[in-house]
Write a new protein. Structure first.
Length: 492
């Protein structure tokens, strides 16, 4: 199967798409992707995967073998099969900048198009954004935990399959990893390739020092000795010092890696021994099932660690294995109306707002075609994200507003916008074509780090983070309450 096969979708998306096509292939709608809960009990997440998604969406199609498979299922009519043969996503997609710090219940992506095409791409959107956002968020937490230090991602062997490893490497780089051990990912995405040695290298020689000397001879400018194969302090570091002195005499530096044991104690002892040997420039890297809580403890305790190797718990998400992104219908467009926008992004069409009601209040959605504004203070620090109706709400500097809790209850606050109120959703695809070339991965990584700096440190702490305000405008609140009243009023 082609990696750009439009068959990469849930089966119900195809059965519903056939229903939409049969009823009226020109019916159009607006869908939004958002997520419900922050992963890892954190106070923020990092939006990742947009570049991958745009590439796949602009190339998605049903191959001849895909079509043959669908025909053989005897579920789809010939006319719908013909529709799928010609399928290309021809809608409009709005999204936040990749790398943006994101919060629950706000649209990350807004899609407008025919009901059928919007439904077909649901699985691709959710699969791509959910996984990469999860891994970017996990990596960012690790990066902050080590004081924004140097992290090597080496989770290839533990990742969930071939694509999982590649996607994780890309997302981890956005989140703050300095490089990856995944050589293919390094090539594809332009990520620095990194690696040390395995215990098998040391065990293939008669002695550690012989193994270290041989490695240093091969890679004199990128030597890192793995010193815990037999005994870290009684043999490993002693052999590393002997081999390291030969490198130092030639004007080259080196590092040592700890992969087991008490990292705090061992790193302190190794640092002491290196310094006593006159090798003060030699660096220490550590690994061994690390995650953000362990790393933060070591960092705050002053462990003399220069870089961190993280694998399993970074590329799998560790204790939180999935991101809670969902994709919901927010408006129907009457007849054949196309969604058009002014240069400022206001919506100019007749639309029918819709929302999902639920016995579980947290699953109730916000209706209508929405924009997300990030409100900042006069110093550029974030105050709140505000959901409003695109084309009706426009937040302006110097004006005072009442912002409501998204659950449409009594909680609200008044705020005068002293800084910038910027619209986060920007047009990425129009009629299925890119509106501009996506940024390079390195630029996304830099943006993610800079964007997070605008948030108070209380939102970024690992334990009991302060909840960032995501609010709705009075217009959106009124629309939502009106639909609730209409629905339950009719039932009563």
């Amino acid at each position: 199967m082609s990696e750009n096969s439009a068959l990469f979708t849930d089966f119900y998306s195809l059965t519903m798409a056939q229903g939409y096509w049969k009823r009226n292939p020109d019916d159009r709608a607006v869908f939004e992707m958002f997520f419900r809960h922050q992963p890892f009990g954190g106070g923020y997440a990092i939006f990742a995967g947009l570049g991958t998604l745009l590439d796949k969406l602009t190339n998605a199609a049903f191959s001849d073998t895909d079509i043959s498979y669908l025909k053989d299922l005897n579920v789809f009519e010939d006319g719908f099969i013909d529709f799928l043969k010609m399928f290309r996503f021809n809608g409009t997609l709005w999204a936040m900048d990749e790398g943006t710090a994101i919060f629950p219940n706000e649209p990350l992506i807004r899609v407008e198009g025919s009901l059928a095409e919007c439904q077909i791409i649901e699985g691709l959107i959710l699969n791509t954004i959910n996984f990469q956002s999860l891994i970017a968020t996990k990596t960012c937490r690790i990066w902050l935990a080590c004081g924004k230090g140097k992290i090597m991602e080496f989770g290839l062997r533990r990742a969930q399959g071939y694509d999982g490893a590649l996607s994780a490497s890309r997302a981890a780089f956005i989140g703050g990893a300095s490089g990856t051990s995944n050589t293919l990912a390094a090539k594809i995405f332009g990520i620095p390739a990194m690696g040390t040695m395995a215990h098998s290298w040391v065990m293939s020689f008669d002695s550690e020092e012989e193994a270290f000397d041989a490695y240093a001879a091969l890679y004199p400018d990128r030597t890192i000795f793995l010193i815990d194969t037999y005994d870290t302090l009684k043999s490993g570091i002693k052999s590393a010092i002997n081999s390291g002195k030969k490198l130092a005499a030639a004007g080259r530096n080196f590092g040592v890696r700890l992969d087991s044991g008490d990292i705090h104690y061992l790193s302190c002892e190794v640092r002491r021994l290196l310094d006593e040997a006159g090798l003060k420039k030699a660096f220490i890297t550590v690994s061994n099932d690390l995650e953000e809580n362990i790393i933060e403890t070591l960092y705050k305790a002053g462990a003399p660690v220069d870089s961190w190797g993280v694998g399993t718990r970074m590329v799998t998400g560790g204790v939180d294995s999935a991101f809670t992104g969902v994709y919901k219908l927010s408006a129907r467009l009457e007849g054949n109306a196309a969604l058009t926008t002014s240069p400022k992004g206001e919506v100019s069409c007749v639309s029918v707002p819709v929302m999902k009601f639920s016995d579980n209040p947290e699953k109730t959605t916000n209706p209508g075609i929405k924009q997300v504004w990030r409100v900042r203070d006069r110093d550029g620090f974030t105050v709140a994200d505000v959901l409003g109706l695109d084309g009706q709400d426009e937040l302006k500097q110097g004006q005072r507003y009442c912002f409501w809790h998204p659950s449409a209850d009594y909680r609200h606050f008044y705020h005068t916008i002293e800084g910038e109120a910027s619209a986060l959703l920007k047009k990425r695809l129009e009629r299925g074509a890119l509106t501009e070339k996506p940024p390079a991965l390195a630029a996304i990584r830099e943006f993610a780090a800079a964007d997070l700096e605008t948030f108070d440190s209380t939102h970024k702490r690992l334990l009991n983070p302060h909840i960032y305000k995501v609010s709705v405008t009075e217009n959106l609140r009124s629309l939502k309450l009106g639909l609730i009243q209409k629905h339950f009023g009719d039932r009563n």
